[in-house]
Structure formats: structure tokens, C-alpha cells
Design a protein around this ligand. Structure first.
Ligand SMILES: [Zn+2]
Length: 403
């Protein structure tokens, strides 16, 4: 069979599903899934995996792995859900999407899903980022399974904490997608046929300083100020900022101390990083660790936790080949596919940079103004982008036939 024959098979399977897709999208958008509300996120995960189970996928809700001792708060987040077309451990083609949104509980009730097909607009919290992408991955994978045309297994992963930098999901992606032939990431496509070829990476660091308290007037020399220590460190860390290389280091939160007339016994800050390459990101974390280990105020003790979160999506030879494959598929679907660079991070970068798998980002239905109340998705692209994901998955499974 050639690509035209495959397209006919996929068209025949997906064309009758459009109403079902919109109904499920309405259902998903009207479920709040804020990153910090584990029960809400898990409820969506169960809905997704039940649907895929009905489509004869092997599904699981994964228990957390590799949580650092100094980041116990991560245990309170939702779980990663997974669906596999086969029982084997070989991932084959990976499909990634995140379930969490940046909108707190109550948002869906305040501004529920709204659909206007005539004017080609759909709105609601997370409609583009990325409930529509979840639907696209689900229907694309089901159609490929029904058509029985995939030359390898399919593994679908649904993350609970991407908006926090995937601190738990990245551990599962590393386990279950290792060795995948290629990865389809259904983050929202850019309006006008855009996918994303490169993105920066992110990092989150929590810096804590322990000082020694003393009366600031009577026993000054008995104390060790955590605030002065943190101030020295903060200025040194700021020296790592290099906008000419698009490298950002931002101390965005700071607190400490007990009273103005006490030497501060504690201080802490939260630092966010972005960088172009994984090597640059690792270097930034190494330098911040060095600064953390230096002592400016005798008697203080400092520690840091966190580190790199979502790795950058870097251009690679195989990644560019995947874009070529996608470009050809898109042309058959009437899309003139274009690549773009994003200054923000996503899970696609982790899969590409850390796992070394060709990954294409922003394959999902097109939309914009994500993370705001003006977020929208173009309904005309829901079915089209689903077919795009299905056929690109198929063509790349054949091209990247390593196993
Ligand atoms: Zn997203």
C-alpha cells in the first residue's frame, strides 16, 4: 500500500468520528484539571484510559518513581496514565500529551466549553492546551489500531504535571518511551499550519539557607544572617543571565527572616531557568550548585533542590527528517506545514534531548492565547490534525525502522 491508500483507510475510519470527537472534547474541557489537583487530573486519566481500553489498548495508571527526598511535595501530584497497543515493552511510536492545565478548580464552570463551527472557534480552559491534543492522539491511535497498518507498537502517555515542568512525568517518559522510533507531541499547533521544531528548556531551583538567629542589637556577633547570605548568592546567580544567548536565570520569589531586630535564621528563593541546549542547562545548574556551596556569611548552611525540568527541543538530523515526513503527509491533507521556534519549554524537548528520539512538537489541533482566558482552538483543524498525527506516526514508524 502507498500513502494514498493509507490515507483512504484513515479517512474512512476517522471521518465518521467527528461528532464523537467534539462531544468528548466538550466533556474534557468541562473537567477542571489544574496541575495541583491530583484527584481532578486522575479522573481525566481514568476517562482517557477507559476509552482506550474499550479500543483494546493495554492501559495503566503508573505509580510514581524517582522522587527526590528533598521534593516530597511531588507525591501529591496526579499520576501518569499510559496506553499501549501491544503487551511488549517495545514502545514503537510514542504519542505524548499532558492532562493538566494552568486553570484552578472552578474555571470550567465559570467559562465552559463553547463551540461555534460556523465561525470556526472553540473556547474553554485548556481547549487548545491541550485537551484537543489529547483527543487527537486518542483517535489517531485508535484508527491506526483498527486499520491494523502499524508496523510497530504504539505507546500513549498522558502527563499530570507538564505545566510544572513534568517533574514526575519525565521520569515515566524516560522509562516507557526509551528506544521509541519517533514521538508525536500533540501540543497545540500554531494557527496557519505550524509545528514546532525547536524550543528552549526550563529548570526550577529551590534555594534554602539556614542561618543562626540572635538579637540584632545585643548579640549581633552571635548570629549568622541567612538573608545576607542569600543576597550574596542571588546577585552571583544573576550574573549567569545571558540574554545574548537567550539564557535566562530569574530569582522570582524570595522570603526569609523572623523580625527586623533578629538576625535572620532562614531565607529561601525560587529560581527559574531557560536555555537553548541541554549542555548549557546542565552548566547553569552546575554553576548554581557551586554558588550554593560557597559560604559568604560564616555559620550559614545552604542547600538547593530541583534542577532541569523540561529539556530543550534541539534540531537534529533525525528530527529534521521527521519534519520532512510530516511535511509530505500534511501536503496530502491540504496543510502547508511550517516549522517554528518557541521560547518556552515542553515535554517534546525532554524526549528529543534526553532520550535522543526524533520528536515533532505542536502537532495537535491549532489554537492560540494559551494560558489565558482568551485561549481558543480552531474546530476545523480537529479532525485534520488527528489524521495528520495518524499518518505521520505511520510513515515515521516505517522510516525509523530500527528494531
Ligand atoms: Zn501544553
Amino acid at each position: 500500500m502507498n500513502i494514498e491508500d493509507y490515507k483512504k483507510r484513515i479517512d474512512a475510519l476517522l471521518d465518521p468520528c467527528e461528532d464523537e470527537m467534539f462531544a468528548l472534547l466538550e466533556d474534557f474541557v468541562n473537567m477542571d484539571t489544574f496541575s495541583f489537583d491530583a484527584d481532578d487530573v486522575n479522573k481525566l486519566g481514568q476517562k482517557i484510559t477507559n476509552w482506550l481500553k474499550d479500543a483494546h489498548f493495554y492501559t495503566s495508571q503508573l505509580s510514581k518513581v524517582g522522587i527526590p527526598e528533598n521534593e516530597t511535595w511531588l507525591h501529591g501530584l496526579g499520576d501518569v496514565f499510559m496506553a499501549k497497543s501491544h503487551k511488549t515493552s517495545e514502545p514503537g511510536i510514542g504519542f505524548i500529551a499532558h492532562m493538566d492545565t494552568v486553570f484552578p478548580r472552578g474555571t470550567a464552570k465559570a467559562r465552559p466549553f463553547y463551540l461555534d463551527k460556523v465561525n470556526d472557534i472553540a473556547t474553554g480552559p485548556g481547549v487548545a492546551d491541550m485537551k484537543a491534543g489529547i483527543i487527537a492522539n486518542m483517535f489517531a491511535a485508535r484508527a491506526l489500531k483498527q486499520a491494523n497498518i502499524m508496523p510497530c507498537p504504539m505507546t500513549l502517555m498522558f502527563s499530570p504535571d507538564e505545566e510544572l515542568g513534568s517533574p514526575t512525568a519525565s521520569k515515566q517518559l524516560a522509562i516507557h518511551l526509551k528506544g521509541a522510533r519517533a514521538i508525536m507531541c500533540a501540543e497545540p499547533g500554531g494557527v496557519g499550519g505550524f509545528v514546532t521544531l525547536s524550543r528552549k528548556g526550563s529548570g526550577h531551583i529551590h534555594l534554602q539557607v539556614q542561618g543562626v538567629s540572635a538579637h540584632a542589637g545585643r548579640n549581633y556577633s552571635d548570629g549568622s544572617s541567612a538573608i545576607i547570605e542569600l543576597a550574596h548568592k542571588t546577585l552571583m546567580i544573576n550574573e549567569l543571565l545571558d540574554l545574548s544567548k537567550s539564557k535566562t536565570v530569574n530569582t522570582g520569589l524570595i522570603s526569609g527572616g523572623t523580625s527586623a531586630n533578629s538576625i535572620s535564621p532562614w531565607a529561601e528563593s525560587r529560581i527559574h531557568l531557560t536555555y537553548q541546549t541541554l549542555a548549557e542547562g546542565k552548566e547553569l545548574v552546575r554553576k548554581i550548585q557551586e554558588i550554593t556551596d560557597q559560604v559568604f556569611v560564616k555559620g550559614t548552611v545552604s542547600s538547593m533542590s530541583g534542577g532541569l525540568r523540561l529539556y530543550p527541543l534541539e534540531r537534529t538530523e533525525n528530527g529534521d527528517k521527521l519534519f520532512d515526513i510530516a511535511h509530505e503527509v500534511a501536503a496530502r491533507l491540504g496543510i502547508e506545514l511550517k516549522g517554528q521556534h518557541y521560547e518556552s519549554a515542553a515535554e517534546s524537548g525532554f524526549c528529543s534531548s534526553d532520550l535522543g528520539i526524533p520528536t515533532l512538537c505542536c502537532m495537535g489541533p491549532e489554537g492560540d492565547h494559551i494560558h489565558t482566558s482568551k485561549e481558543f482552538m480552531l474546530p476545523s483543524t480537529l479532525l485534520q490534525r488527528t489524521k495528520f498525527i495518524a499518518l505521520t506516526a505511520l510513515q515515521s514508524a516505517m522510516y525509523f525502522n530500527k528494531k
